[in-house]
Ligand binder design. Structure first.
Ligand code: C2E
Ligand code: CA
Ligand code: CA
Length: 645
């Protein structure tokens, strides 16, 4: 028969280009990359032997029979190998774990072993093919080849289905396309017998894999030439699936902006490259990763963990040379242990962030190693986070109200809305604890919306309809993250409209440090809302970096003095002086003033002496549920007959 192998030659050329690219662009040395390299070479060899066989069979005068028999044998050998290697590649993609890998390797290896035995027997029994008078004939077992390929399709499909949760959509599409292309080629070849298409389907699958799953740029950080975050995630998943005990040491550089500014971006990149090289020499290529701009992680087998950690610390005690500059690099280091501390890749990342937050509270060049106490804190934090997410989803937050008492009017004039979270397992979770977490991940926006909605509902149902209660406003806390949102105005006003609440009945409390860190956006948002009649209170004045300029810069209509300062003023004459001066300034500006944290009659009297008009504290009422609060106001605000509002 005359064979047309033009497509084989074209496919071989395509695979050669892929091979050259694969060899010259640095690959992250993973087992996936090694199997891909093997697959590429096997496909190319299959293609070459296919072409040579055709040439040999067409030129029997030039090629001896034994030569043609050897070429056919080699072609079959590589054909068997490519199906097996494609299967092995997908096994890597599916991250099967150590036991899973063992079992699947056995199941997947058996057909290949059987194929090899039958191929070795073929020259003697004519299983796949036989030659007669120098002419090639299909053997009695030729159909086995189709079963063989079909079996691997089937196994690939089973793997894909069983591991569908870890395999991403792109990979699933590639695997399905591979099956479709291969089946299409088989059908065409069946109908057009002389047309050889084996290499076309091989070249297509290799190209699809190379462009999607094996793209080297997706694994290598271009600036430092070492593995990036994707490579790290892949390698960590691999280590976890094998259950190898490792220490993950992560270093993050502090004050890198200063270095960028002092050295210029080129030299500071050179510096990071040097750090990468140092870590590479210490731990080996497949163990070092640049997972963020200024963060490197190294994976170290557990027994060597301590030694490597010491060597890294030792190196960072010395300076680094970049051109003629000598630079000290400050870094925080966190250490996590597998399997003691974490079990999954997302677990690792959550814990890493937590450990770096701990490191930040310790000052510069901190080393934080996961231990039992930290593990407990982290576990509490993840539980609190889960409880908070559940409450956001189920709208399960409660809002309590704490009275703000007017010393002049001798009654409660407003309420502060304070969010409450009770969890079935953890019990009461203080807002300070979950608000900080919610601010970190942006969920505070949802909490804020729910609290505002709840407060408006309360106002509409009880307070507005019951004017004799004498409540003028409800004060709602607004966090920094909400202030940064472009849509602050759009999220607040519609809620008020829905419950027909006059904007003048809502005061938004903003903490002082918010006012300092985002001046322009905050000014705009406050301006927009103030125009509609909403008022603003500066919360926790005197805590953190007191900054009187905020009082000038922003349209605050009320100041709330932080309870810590108030408490300190009863203990310490200097704090007392500070408080007195603060009160004088605020009075001078003509702004109403609320003092927080008043717990006793003496404290209340002392504040009255200082001319404070509004008081919030346990002495005048703790935060209370709606019903309790209404009862409390009714008791407190007994309006005298001749009282004129
Ligand atoms: P904050 O805004 O300064 O709220 C006042 C806190 O002081 C409340 O704590 C209140 O219970 C407490 N407090 C009031 N008077 C006294 C007193 O006499 N003695 C003592 N020991 N404590 C007193 P709470 O409810 O635990 O809230 C803590 C913080 O959580 C709040 O401080 C606020 O920053 C935040 N927060 C509460 N609810 C919300 C909310 O809905 N949104 C936002 N963004 N933050 C909230
Ligand atoms: Ca507040
Ligand atoms: Ca406060």
């Amino acid at each position: 028969m005359q064979y047309n192998y033009d497509f084989e030659i074209a496919s071989w050329m395509v695979m050669t280009v892929i091979l050259l690219h694969f060899m010259f662009i640095r690959q992250f040395p993973s087992s996936k990359a090694r199997i891909f390299g093997g697959l590429l070479l096997a496909c190319m060899a299959e293609s070459v032997f296919n072409i040579l066989s055709c040439v040999g069979l067409a030129n029997t005068a030039l090629v001896p029979d034994w030569g043609n028999e050897m070429l056919a044998f080699a072609f079959f050998a590589f054909e068997g190998l490519t199906s097996y290697l494609i299967f092995r590649y997908f096994m890597e993609v599916c991250e099967l774990g150590r036991e899973g890998t063992q079992i699947v390797r056995w199941i997947g290896g058996l057909p290949y072993a059987l194929f090899s035995v039958l191929l070795i027997a073929t020259p003697f029994i004519g299983f796949f093919y036989y030659f007669e008078n120098g002419i090639y004939y299909q053997g009695f077992g030729a159909a086995f080849g189709y079963f063989y390929v079909g079996f691997y399709f089937f196994l690939d499909g089973v793997l894909l289905f069983a591991r569908r949760s870890v395999v991403d959509l792109r990979t699933k599409i590639i695997m399905i396309m591979y099956a479709a292309v291969a089946i299409g080629m088989i059908v065409i070849q069946y109908h057009v017998r002389g047309l050889l298409l084996t290499s076309v389907s091989n070249a297509l699958i290799v190209l699809m894999i190379y462009l999607s799953m094996q793209n080297p740029r997706e694994m290598i950080d271009s600036a430092s030439g070492i593995g990036n975050e994707s490579a790290f995630q892949m390698q960590l998943a691999h280590v976890l699936s094998r259950k190898d005990a490792v220490h993950v040491i992560t270093v993050r550089f502090a004050k890198t902006e200063r270095i960028h500014a002092a050295l210029g971006i080129g030299s500071s990149n050179e510096l990071l490259r040097q750090v990468g090289l140092f870590l590479l020499h210490l731990c080996g290529t497949s163990h070092v990763f640049r997972i963020e701009n200024d963060t490197f992680s190294v994976l170290v087998p557990a027994p060597a963990g301590r030694e490597v950690q010491e060597k890294i610390r030792e190196r960072f005690r010395q300076d680094w040379r970049v051109q003629e500059n000598r630079v000290m690099l400050y870094m925080d280091m966190v250490i996590q242990h597998y399997p003691e501390d974490f079990g999954t890749v997302p677990d690792f990342f959550g814990m890493k962030q937590f450990l770096f937050e701990q490191a930040q509270t310790k000052g510069s060049s901190a080393v934080v190693e996961m231990d039992e106490a930290l593990a407990k804190q982290y576990s509490r934090r993840t539980k609190v986070e889960a409880a908070m997410l559940g409450a956001i989803r189920d709208r399960n937050f409660k809002v309590f109200y704490q009275p703000i008492y007017s010393m002049r009017e001798k009654r409660i004039v407003s309420l502060e809305a304070l969010v409450r979270l009770n969890d079935a397992e953890l019990g009461f979770i203080p807002p300070d604890e979950f608000i900080a977490l919610a601010e970190r991940d942006g969920n505070i926006v949802h909490i804020g919306e729910q609290v505002l909605e709840e407060a408006c509902r309360f106002l509409a149902k009880h307070v507005l309809s019951n004017a004799s209660l004498g409540i003028r406003t409800i004060q709602v806390n607004v966090s920094m993250v909400q202030c940064l949102r472009q849509s602050l105005t759009e999220t607040i006003l519609p809620v008020l409209e829905r419950y027909h609440i006059p904007p003048s009945m809502i005061t938004l409390e903003i903490t002082e440090n918010v006012a300092v860190s985002t001046p322009e956006l905050l000014q705009r948002h406050m301006g927009e809302l103030a125009e509609r009649g909403i008022t603003f209170a500066m919360d926790d004045y005197g805590s953190g970096n007191a900054n009187c300029s905020c009082l000038i810069q922003f349209p605050f209509k009320e100041i709330k003095i932080d309870k810590e300062i108030v408490w300190a003023s009863f203990e310490n004459p200097t704090a007392r002086m500070v408080l007195e001066n603060e009160i004088r300034i605020i009075h001078g500006l003509g702004l109403p003033l609320v003092v927080e944290g008043i717990e006793t009659a003496e404290q209340s009297a002392a504040m009255e002496q200082l001319g404070v008009e509004y008081i919030q504290g346990y002495y005048y009422g703790r935060p209370m549920s709606e019903t309790e609060c209404l009862r409390h106001i009714r008791q407190c605000n007994v309006v005298p007959e001749n009282y004129a509002r």
